[in-house]
Ligand binder design. Structure first.
Ligand code: HEM
Length: 547
């Protein structure tokens, strides 16, 4: 009889606990309480086990396990029922699995490592508003951009951005608090101001010269254009970010730290969807090693820079991004973890984005020889002596070059996915559709850039749509957002454009381009990996000296 009563009480208690626990956590963001929740769970398990022993109930371990199984079952059932039928997003269309679990997004991420293309397929199937996660909506509408990312938007960064740590220990990019972000952004804005940019231009110019001379020395033999784009962008960030080159353009080889970075980016690609898992990465041996390797190296770069600043008697004039940050009062009042994370941000944000854009531009120009010949013709007119005559300030006379860069970033944005934000309590309304509060929303950049409502012939590479030749092919300019917008817009758009202009103009002046034998560009279309920024496959290209 005592066993029967106990079984009844335990069963009742388990069902009650499962339901009560679900109700208790519903209004809260529990994403980053995984550790404390697991510890609480373990403690409850042990307490019940101990109680049953003290009460001399037979088979205490079996009873405790069954009780917790019932708690788990009730909790899961309660969560599923809520997500499917009562959740504030239950009316929005989307795949069944996306409505019940975020692991569906992880599945989409690892399927081909092209999450943005999977989201695009969902939009083709379900329309402009798609429920991509239990409390997540992807919105393929230009009106959503201002509401979600505009300077006056009430939305703010979603939990993904808290993947490494709580504010203020992450980088500027990962700062979720609005006030914190605004304060931190000031030093970054100074580091990329017009006057700072003009002080960086001679470094960009000399590294571009090195790129051109290294490619010229190959005498038309095939090289991996993706790798050379990487060497170029990372070496520039070495100089502009830290005041020292990493020597990849000189050696023609990847630096060890960059290899580690790319290894860790794959893990991030998957876990970006489930940021609460990243915090527990220490428990996954391989994953932790790759992440720590690159982080450790960034920390060393930062410490070296800090030491140099002290030793060299700083003259009050910052010469690179880290000097701007390390001499900023607010930045220096932050925990060391935040500053270390900023050094990681400089490298990742400043390198993978540029190398993907440069490699994609080369790819698109080989695929569209007419466009490339037109660019060469226009540049030859401006610089009759060829590459030796090159002068960056005269490029403003060749708007077609910016057309090529814009069109590359439209068709192949370096950050292709939706940037996740949380809606304010009162929700937001997009083109008549109300999105409730406390929901994760995003606009998929890749999809909106290819939407026929905003661009005519959206899948064609037509740089003229960005010049005075065919402006009618851009139906709604607001839909072009490769650098995002609002208060979290890319801080270094000016630098990015400078690097891309210099590299592409000088490549066009110096070389004709063709794929190596057997290269079709198929890999670039099919094997690019979405790792928040893009990780590009090999692309064999011959740079044939024009002279
Ligand atoms: C073609 C080149 C580039 C593209 C397409 C690009 C794109 C973007 C996008 C879309 C964002 C918003 C990310 C988000 O909200 O989560 C962003 C932010 C950022 N980008 Fe870029 N970027 C480029 C180059 C660069 C370069 C060269 C740097 C130099 C370090 C840089 C530094 C940053 C930083 C620091 C942020 C964070 C800004 C903030 O949170 O306030 N980017 N970029």
């Amino acid at each position: 009889m005592i066993v029967d009563t106990t079984t009844f009480l335990l069963g009742f208690g388990a069902i009650f606990s499962g339901l009560a626990f679900h109700q208790a956590i519903l209004p809260h963001e529990i994403d980053f309480r995984l550790k404390s929740l697991s510890l609480g769970y373990l403690a409850s398990f042990l307490s019940l086990f101990y109680l049953l022993i003290r009460l001399s109930i037979p088979s205490p371990l079996l009873l405790t396990s069954l009780t917790f199984l019932l708690v788990n079952f009730t909790l899961t059932l309660s969560i599923l029922t809520h997500r499917l039928f009562f959740h504030r997003l239950h009316n929005f269309p989307g795949p069944f699995l996306a409505k019940v679990t975020k692991w569906y997004s992880v599945y989409l991420s690892v399927k081909n490592y092209q999450h943005y293309k999977e989201v695009e397929k969902l939009h083709q199937r379900y329309g402009d508003f798609v429920r991509t996660g239990p409390r997540e909506i992807s919105i393929r509408k230009v009106e959503a951009l201002l509401e979600i990312y505009g300077a006056k938007s009430g939305c703010w960064k979603a939990t993904n951005y808290g993947m490494n740590s709580d504010d203020p220990k992450g980088s500027l990019h990962l700062s979720r608090g609005k006030t914190l972000h605004t304060h931190r952004r000031k030093a970054w804005d100074r580091a990329f101001s017009i006057s700072a940019l003009s002080s960086y231009s001679s470094s960009v110019s000399s590294l571009t010269s090195l790129l051109i001379s290294q490619l010229r020395s190959q005498n038309g033999a095939a090289v991996d254009a993706t790798a050379w784009s990487n060497y170029f962008s990372f070496d520039i960030m070495g100089i502009i970010g830290f005041g020292k080159s990493w020597g990849m353009l000189e050696t023609g080889e990847y630096h060890d730290a960059i290899k580690k970075l790319h290894e860790s980016m794959f893990i991030l690609a998957v876990l970006w969807q489930t940021p609460w898992v990243i915090r527990g990465l220490d428990m996954i041996p391989g994953a932790a090693r790759a992440m720590k390797g690159f982080r450790g190296w960034c920390k060393e770069q930062m410490e070296e820079k800090q030491k140099a600043l002290k030793d060299e008697k700083f003259d009050g004039k910052p010469r690179n991004v880290m000097e701007w940050l390390l001499t900023d009062e607010f930045t220096m009042s932050l925990p060391t973890e935040a500053i270390n994370d900023d050094s990681r941000l400089v490298i990742i944000a400043g390198s993978d984005t540029i190398s993907a854009a440069l490699a994609h531009a080369i790819y698109l120009m080989i695929k569209n020889p007419g466009v490339y010949m037109k660019l060469q013709r226009l540049l030859d007119k401006e610089f009759p002596g060829g590459d030796a005559d090159f002068d960056y300030t005269l490029l403003s006379d060749v708007p077609f070059l910016d057309g090529i860069i814009n069109e590359t970033l439209r068709l192949k944005p370096s950050v292709p996915g939706g940037l996740t934000r949380i809606t304010p309590k009162e929700g937001i309304t997009i083109d008549g559709t109300h999105i409730p509060g406390d929901v994760i929303v995003s606009v998929p950049i890749h999809s909106i850039h290819r939407d026929p409502r905003y661009f005519s012939q959206p899948l064609e590479f037509i740089p003229e749509r960005w010049t005075s030749e065919s402006p009618e092919l851009v139906k709604d300019k607001r839909a072009f957002v490769p650098f995002s917008m609002g208060s979290q817009v890319c801080v270094a758009k000016g630098l990015a454009m400078m690097e891309l202009r210099m590299a592409l103009a000088r490549i066009a002046l110096a070389f004709d381009l063709e794929f190596e034998d057997g290269e079709t560009g198929r890999r670039i279309e099919e094997e690019v990996r979405d790792t928040f920024t893009l990780t590009m496959p090999r692309m064999g290209v011959r740079f044939l000296p024009r002279d």
